[in-house]
Design a binder for this molecule. Structure first.
Ligand SMILES: Cc1cc2nc3c(=O)[nH]c(=O)nc-3n(C[C@H](O)[C@H](O)[C@H](O)COP(=O)(O)OP(=O)(O)OC[C@H]3O[C@@H](n4cnc5c(N)ncnc54)[C@H](O)[C@@H]3O)c2cc1C
Ligand SMILES: NC(=O)c1ccc[n+]([C@@H]2O[C@H](COP(=O)([O-])OP(=O)(O)OC[C@H]3O[C@@H](n4cnc5c(N)ncnc54)[C@H](OP(=O)(O)O)[C@@H]3O)[C@@H](O)[C@H]2O)c1
Length: 467
């Protein structure tokens, strides 16, 4: 093999600029041409020296992306994509599921509504339809995201899971390896090569499933809140809900509404706030106050108002953390619960609060206070975590994430690496990240493209560049 050439065979496909789209392309270190050599473009000067290893050549199709690769087609990925479209920067989105917003479509329960008022949840450049209610349902939100994708003509590559992404310092390029499950060929492996990588896989990519002694012998059904749809199938059953975050509270409420008997495990402490105070969203009140006051004072004010409305939650087994709700969210990422009805069920005893778990036995659970409860089913509302550390090699997201660069700086890493939606600020934080990231990439893409065009003009006057 001539090592100055990037080999092209059926294992090796280079995705290329519009002028060569849908054509078989041939790549030399200098240019990318179609079959009859009539339509050529120069490829990135960095790619000129890029020689995949023999292993890669044999096993993976290789795709050069003239722009960023975005990993994840949830709200964050879509919002960056829209920003790039508006600035005419080409990109690819890789999505492991078979649809956009897979968290919302596949891993949420039926009764879910946005907890924050709609103006805090819409993505950049396309507002929610005017007839949407203050708190849209998950179905309305999905409908909006579908129309967002079609409005900006965004077409992710579905069923494609990123397995690893590694920065190749020799060439100044990212190498993103995926497994694709689509098509007639069964599963295929690809390697995308690009200058910019946008991580948009979400803070809630994987379920957290703790290990409990004896759970395998419990005998009843056990599922994670990510698989919970409705309390319908639990009618008349005694259900242990493990966890008291927003998922645990809402699953307990839903179970109670379906005539099941939920017991909710609260092993530590939790801030429960009303979703609204005197008809105004608690979140909005907090955001407004933060413009004038330090976070500790906002926390104190919110807790005072909450106390007036809800009374002392400790009395019902919901001990408050020592740190205030907003400060706790900022420092430890723990989201306060915005109550939409569970608390009154707790007060009336329809949702029982129980302490931490020691172990499960057949049909039973033993608690740290020594009680043993007979239960039929378990819902693990034990939260989610990011999957980034499992696939982003070397440049761990921690490098660019919130630990080292607190909000609003956590969006940019080294060497063309970006993160969207990792600032623990839900959809509004993701939208803000997306706008900054799209703008930053567009600037450097345009800068690099300008240089490339000059090079083409000088070196290959015959060739027309469409970069
Ligand atoms: C039940 C529930 C309700 C919520 N409600 C609200 C709310 O009301 N308001 C709010 O602001 N926030 C809410 N959140 C938080 C919510 O996760 C985010 O606001 C929002 O979904 C974040 O969007 P995202 O695009 O960053 O992540 P996600 O929506 O999680 O999207 C990430 C995408 O990346 C894909 N992906 C992951 N790993 C890979 C991989 N290796 N390769 C390819 N693709 C991959 C996933 O399949 C997914 O489609 C809620 C979360 C949950 C769990
Ligand atoms: N409508 C909405 O907007 C909505 C609805 C649901 C979820 N969400 C969002 O989705 C995200 C995830 O929420 P979530 O409620 O699923 O997760 P979460 O906020 O991380 O809460 C997880 C809960 O599980 C508990 N837990 C974990 N391991 C446990 C164990 N071994 N034993 C007992 N308890 C255990 C935790 O207790 P500790 O605190 O003691 O660790 C915590 O109470 C949040 O951002 C949330 O706001 C939003």
């Amino acid at each position: 093999m001539n090592t100055n050439q990037i080999p092209i065979n059926h294992h090796h496909i280079f995705s290329c600029p519009k002028s060569l789209a849908n054509q078989t392309v041939y790549v030399t270190p200098e240019k990318m041409c179609n079959n009859n050599n009539t339509n050529c473009v120069n490829i990135s000067s960095m790619l000129q020296n890029f020689i995949p290893t023999d292993d890669d050549i044999l096993s993976r199709r290789c795709i050069w992306v003239n722009g960023p690769v975005i990993v994840g087609a949830g709200p964050s990925g879509l919002a960056v994509a829209a920003g790039l479209k508006l600035q005419e920067v080409p990109f690819i989105i890789l999505e492991r599921a078979n649809c956009i917003a897979s968290l919302w479509q596949n891993r949420t329960y039926d009764r879910l509504k946005l907890h924050l008022p709609k103006q805090f949840c819409q993505l950049p450049n396309l507002p929610f339809p005017e007839d949407f209610p203050e708190y849209p349902t998950k179905y309305q939100f999905i409908e909006y995201l579908e129309s967002y994708a079609s409005h900006f003509d965004i077409h992710p590559k579905f069923n494609e899971t990123v397995q690893s992404a590694k920065y190749d310092e020799r060439f100044g390029l990212w190498r993103v390896k995926t497994v694709s499950r689509s098509g007639m060929l069964g599963s295929c492996e690809f390697e995308y090569i690009c200058r910019w990588l946008v991580v948009a896989t979400g803070e809630n990519a994987e379920k957290v499933v703790p290990e409990f002694e004896g759970l395998e012998d419990f005998g009843g059904d056990v599922l994670h809140a990510g698989d919970y749809k409705s309390g319908e199938r639990y009618r008349g059953k005694r259900v242990l809900v493990v966890g008291c975050g927003n998922s645990g509270m809402e699953a307990s409420l839903d179970l109670s509404n379906h005539d099941a008997t939920p017991s909710m495990v609260v092993r530590s402490s939790v801030h429960v706030l009303p979703r609204e105070i005197l008809g105004k969203s608690t979140f909005e009140i907090g955001v407004t106050m933060l413009k004038w006051m330090p976070v500790w004072l906002v926390d104190k004010s919110l807790l005072l108002l909450t106390r007036l409305l809800m009374g002392n939650t400790d009395k019902y087994g919901l001990k408050r953390p020592e740190i205030g709700p907003l400060e706790l969210k900022n420092t430890a990422g723990k989201t306060p619960v915005l109550d939409i009805g569970a608390f009154s069920k707790i007060k009336s005893g329809k949702i029982k609060i129980v302490p931490g778990i020691v172990k499960f036995c057949p049909g039973k659970v033993e608690l740290v206070d020594g009680r043993v409860l007979e239960i039929d089913s378990v819902v693990l509302a034990t939260g989610y975590r990011s999957n980034v550390p499992s696939w982003l090699k070397e440049n761990d997201l921690a490098e660019i994430g919130i630990e080292k660069n607190p909000f609003p700086k956590g969006w940019k890493g080294k060497a063309g690496l970006y993160a969207v939606g990792f600032t623990r600020r839900g959809l509004s934080g993701a939208s803000l990240d997306a706008m900054i990231v799209a703008h930053d990439i567009a600037n450097s893409w345009k800068e690099e493209t300008k240089q490339q065009i000059k090079t083409v003009a000088a070196r290959h006057r015959r060739c027309i560049s469409h970069f």
